[in-house]
Design a binder for this molecule. Structure first.
Ligand code: ADE
Ligand code: ZN
Length: 343
């Protein structure tokens, strides 16, 4: 019986899991930021790890994004994107991550004059090499929702020659005044090109419920990023459960950009049978990789081991892996729990 096991960082870090809500640009640790700044001769205004960390002051999505985008100036060459993603994949492997479907923000780079090819090839090379770490990795190209719909369309057109290097599209950045319907055309084009669809429905936004309705009814997404505000609307909860759509929740991130981790909401949805998953979002900024997020939620909500195991199983169920691979990972979870602790 797994419930005899006490939730601990050792148990959680060994539990096979998928990470489905992870921004590669959000994995830029201060040490690597300083190294890339030196490598590329970019003046970032700080020269020590402590100074970089001191700039990580945010209490809302907007104030977080205000720190997040300028930091990307240090990413210039294909090797920089490769090194960033590889550092994350190594860290994720240590947290028991066996599958990653990772976001990247091409417009945050093309708007600075970096060719999209540089970004995609660097990240993709790292994703291929992640197999050597025991991590199956794929990429999700995100559009910045505070840029225009035309810019999103141009971005997708310019990425189409690399269609074999990413599996889906997403939508991130500042939700205020930028509803899902603004991007209906580009998401339809992505779907027509065989890509999976997901969108951020950030926590406690003005119009959260209407935006979630749009992603479900108008865009017809395959997954929702965050999205815990559905708890306010029983019809949406039922719809998400019936469609078997994953919610990619990020407890520690929530506690930075809102006043609350939203643990109560996540657990209510989990118990109702919604495919709730736990993820790290931007771990270098929020100081918590995915195993820390499982444990933070467990401590806050008093989860037992069975509930943690359910969250890990949900992460594979909500992934975009072929069914046979999902089943193999679910069997690995069962074997891990049955053999825990290893002799
Ligand atoms: N970009 C990186 N992290 C994000 C988040 N949590 N919400 C919206 N855009 C983001
Ligand atoms: Zn996010």
């Amino acid at each position: 019986m797994s419930s005899a096991i006490v939730p601990s960082i050792a148990f959680v870090a060994g539990l096979p899991k998928a990470e489905l809500h992870l921004h590669l640009e959000g994995t830029l640790e201060p040490e690597l930021k300083l190294e890339l700044a030196r490598r590329n001769g970019v003046d970032i205004g700080q020269s020590t790890v402590e100074q970089v960390r001191a700039t990580y002051e945010f209490d809302s999505l907007a104030s977080f994004l205000g720190v997040y985008y300028p930091a990307m100036d240090v990413l210039v060459t294909e090797a920089d994107f490769y090194d960033l993603a590889t550092a994350y994949f190594r860290r994720a492997a240590a947290d028991g991550v066996r599958r990653v479907e990772a976001f990247f923000d091409p417009q945050a780079h093309t708007s600075r004059g970096i060719p999209i090819e540089t970004v995609i090839l660097g990240y993709h090379r790292a994703a291929v090499d992640a197999a050597g770490l025991g991590v199956s990795a794929e990429l999700i190209l995100c559009f910045l929702r505070d840029f225009t719909a035309e810019s999103a369309l141009e971005t997708l057109q310019s990425a189409l020659p690399y269609l074999d290097r990413f599996i889906g599209v997403g939508l991130d950045s500042d939700e205020r005044g930028n509803p899902p319907a603004k991007f209906a055309e580009v998401f339809a084009l992505a779907r027509a090109n065989g890509l999976k669809l997901t969108m951020h429905c950030d926590i406690d936004q003005v119009g959260s419920i209407e935006n979630i309705r749009q992603v479900l009814e108008e865009i017809q997404v395959d997954r929702i990023d965050h999205g815990t505000n559905i708890v306010e609307n029983p019809e949406l909860v039922t719809l998400v459960r019936e469609r078997g759509l994953g919610l990619t929740c990020c407890p520690v991130s929530n506690s930075f950009v809102t006043a609350d981790m939203k643990a109560v909401e996540m657990v209510a949805l989990l118990h109702f049978g919604v495919l709730v998953t736990v993820n790290s979002d931007d771990p270098a900024y929020f100081g918590a990789y995915v195993a820390d997020n499982y444990l933070a939620l467990a401590e806050k909500a008093g989860l037992d081991t069975d509930e943690l195991v359910q969250l890990a199983k949900n992460s594979f169920q909500a992934s975009w892996l072929p069914d046979a691979e999902k089943q193999a990972y679910l069997a690995e979870i069962d074997a891990y729990v049955a053999g825990y602790p290893a002799a």
